[in-house]
Design a protein around this ligand. Structure first.
Ligand SMILES: [Zn+2]
Length: 294
């Protein structure tokens, strides 16, 4: 098969492996891994169905998951507060059901968000106020130029069809000196290195996976300078991890996860642990004109 160039750094990439009909290529220069060709819109819509955000229908289980996500949001907010003072105008792309926005608002940020899922937008607006959350993808949102002090993308950039285009749009929506905070799965993580092509983050909707080098390249090409980059931590409960394995089963693990959910005591299942979770965070500052900014 012919090699093609990496969309992030334009150097040569080679086919790596195929899973569930999706072919992944790896860039020999920046190490990015991307799906090529990308699934069409219909295939992605099927993935982003109503049950995309793990919910169980069990109110106590769902409440515990929300508490866990709020805990994770507070950890992420601590990173942002090292670079942006409360009071700042903040925009979150892919805000989901608004857990991070709600924590940021409680900490004094002036929060706005957008998501592609209408039910998520409604849930987020109920948390942070009407008029603060919109429905759409970056191309549709017509973000105000230099309208924000900070942009936040939590587990979002890996879903974008064209990360450089998304970053360029966000750069324009930031005031000069404004900050961008992203969290995304990291190919440099121990779990990625150990699992290779079986890494759990190689999902059909993760169109791009980044190394730190790929992330730095994408940011510098779109007019950002990196201020801080490190391993992301998440608050996870054993229950949530097991539900994840029921939903995205690794061979032979689905039944074991289901069994563990039935056997372990609730207090242990719902206890939250702060762990390195195979992701990276990066904080970057809007600098001069990026190469692909227009
Ligand atoms: Zn590359």
């Amino acid at each position: 098969m012919a090699s093609r160039n990496c969309p992030l750094c334009e150097r040569a990439a080679e086919p790596w492996f195929e899973r569930e009909g999706l072919l992944r290529a790896r860039c020999g220069a920046c190490g990015a891994v991307f799906i090529d060709p990308q699934p069409d819109d219909e295939a992605l819509r099927a993935i982003y169905g109503e049950d995309y955000h793990i919910g169980t229908g069990d109110p106590r289980q769902d409440a515990a998951i929300v508490e866990m996500k709020r805990h994770g949001a507070r950890l992420t907010l601590e990173i942002l507060k090292r670079h942006v003072a409360p009071g700042a105008r903040l925009f979150e792309l892919g805000c989901g059901r608004g857990h991070f926005l709600a924590e940021a608002q409680a900490a004094g940020f002036d929060v706005f968000g957008a998501d592609i899922a209408p039910d998520s937008v409604a849930a987020a607006a109920a948390l942070v106020g009407p008029g603060r959350v919109r429905c759409g993808v970056p191309e549709e949102l017509e973000l105000a130029e230099a309208g924000f002090d900070a942009c936040v993308l939590l587990d979002v950039i890996e879903h974008m069809r064209d990360p450089l285009d998304t970053l360029s749009r966000l750069r324009r929506s930031l005031r000069p000196g404004g900050k961008l905070l992203m969290v995304t799965p990291s190919l440099d993580s121990l779990s990625a290195r150990l699992l290779g092509s079986r890494w759990v983050e190689f999902k059909g909707e993760h169109l791009f996976c980044f190394t730190a080098r790929a992330m730095r390249t994408a940011l510098s090409r779109t007019g950002f300078s990196v201020r801080e980059l490190g391993g992301a931590k998440k608050a996870l409960s054993p229950e949530y991890v097991l539900l994840h394995f029921v939903r995205f089963p690794l061979p032979g693990l689905g039944w074991a996860a289901r069994a563990a959910l039935g056997l372990l005591p609730e207090a242990l299942l719902r206890r939250r642990f702060v762990v390195p979770a195979g992701g990276m965070f990066v904080v970057a500052e809007r600098g001069g004109a990026g190469k692909s900014a227009t």
